[in-house]
Write a protein that binds this ligand. Structure first.
Ligand code: FAD
Ligand code: FES
Ligand code: MG
Length: 283
């Protein structure tokens, strides 16, 4: 059991959970994630420690409410309560670099995962341009990014219904501008696969190195279940143990997009049932 030391709504749909987890705080490195189980008989979901204290034994998790599990967390977990299980840290730490001019992009809540990695790259002697593309009501972590980035660029726009296509359009426009004006020599992006793919199609025109943190469905996080299978460089890889970060030029984005949408009907149905159960059929 892992005590929730603090729970705080950061913006609409984004919640911070500060959790007592000394075994994670002790070992976690930028680029790694954990798999949490919040409820008895509930599913396991991957999330990313954004900040942590080895000395005090806690990690901060920031979670976007997307479907049933994250909605249940937002509604049912309370400060002083507990997460049932936290497995990790899992996955490979981010690579170390110095002397590069890096554009690190967070799409919506993807910014959370960029934070520890970009901060580390800055400390290691790289020039850091950070970009946050998001609907305006989900804008967050602005001051934290400004505190270490050489330049923190925000592309925030009014909330729309068609969120992934709109994120893609904004991300592509902003990245084109930055590629022309700032000329980074490496790009890193965390966000929906569709947006990563659209941005990759811009970056490859410039022949610039690019890394992507992939988000396939994950279950065990240890390479045993096969849920997170992705094709990279024509080979089968498991994002949980071989990634989560990969060379964008080698990723089969189209296969991943289609695999990620495989359970969409079931996910939407279970969210609908949950909302009905808590709202007496109001939605
Ligand atoms: P559902 O309605 O069940 O699913 C909504 C969408 O979320 C799905 O279509 C799918 O794309 C994705 N998803 C669902 N189940 C899983 C799963 N088991 N594994 C991966 N993706 C899934 N989100 C955050 O808000 N903060 C984070 O720090 C964060 N870090 C992540 C790190 C990694 C390595 C990965 C792979 C994902 C991360 N995510 C993070 C995404 C998060 O795991 C999903 O948003 C969450 O699982 C959705 O669960 P749900 O039941 O609420 O939604
Ligand atoms: Fe099971 Fe990666 S999550 S193999
Ligand atoms: Mg789910």
């Amino acid at each position: 059991m892992y005590k929730i030391l603090e729970k705080k709504g950061l913006t609409v749909n984004q919640t911070l959970y500060k959790v007592e987890a000394p075994h994670v705080a002790e070992k976690v490195q930028p680029g790694q994630f954990v798999i949490i189980r919040a409820f008895e008989n509930g599913e396991r979901i991957p999330v990313t420690p954004v900040r942590w204290s080895k000395e005090e034994g806690w990690v901060d998790l920031i979670v976007l409410t997307r479907g049933k599990t994250t909605k249940r967390m937002e509604v049912e977990l309370q400060e002083g309560g507990y997460l049932l299980d936290i497995a990790g840290p899992l996955g490979n730490p981010a690579e170390h670099f110095s002397g590069k001019k890096i554009l690190a992009i967070g799409i919506m809540t993807g910014l959370v995962e960029v934070y520890p990695i970009a901060k580390m790259w800055k400390e290691e002697g790289n020039t850091l341009i950070t970009l946050h593309v998001t609907p305006e009501p989900l804008l967050f972590m602005q001051e934290e990014f400004e505190s270490f980035s050489d330049k923190h660029i925000i592309d925030a726009y009014p909330m729309t219904e068609t969120w992934i296509p709109d994120l893609g359009v904004h991300a592509v426009d902003s990245v084109k501008k930055i590629m022309e004006e700032d000329k980074p020599d490496m790009v890193f992006i965390v966000g929906p696969t569709e947006v990563q793919y659209a941005v990759f199609n811009v970056v490859k025109e410039y022949g610039v190195e690019m890394e992507v943190d992939l988000h396939p469905i994950m279950v065990d996080g240890t390479g045993m279940c096969g849920a997170c299978r992705v094709t990279v460089g024509g080979e089968v890889k498991f994002a949980c143990v071989d990634g989560p970060s990969f060379d964008a030029y080698k990723v089969d984005f189209e296969e991943l997009i289609s695999r990620n949408n495989f359970y969409l009907d079931k996910e939407q149905f279970s969210m609908k049932l949950y909302l009905e159960s808590i709202q007496g059929g109001a939605q």
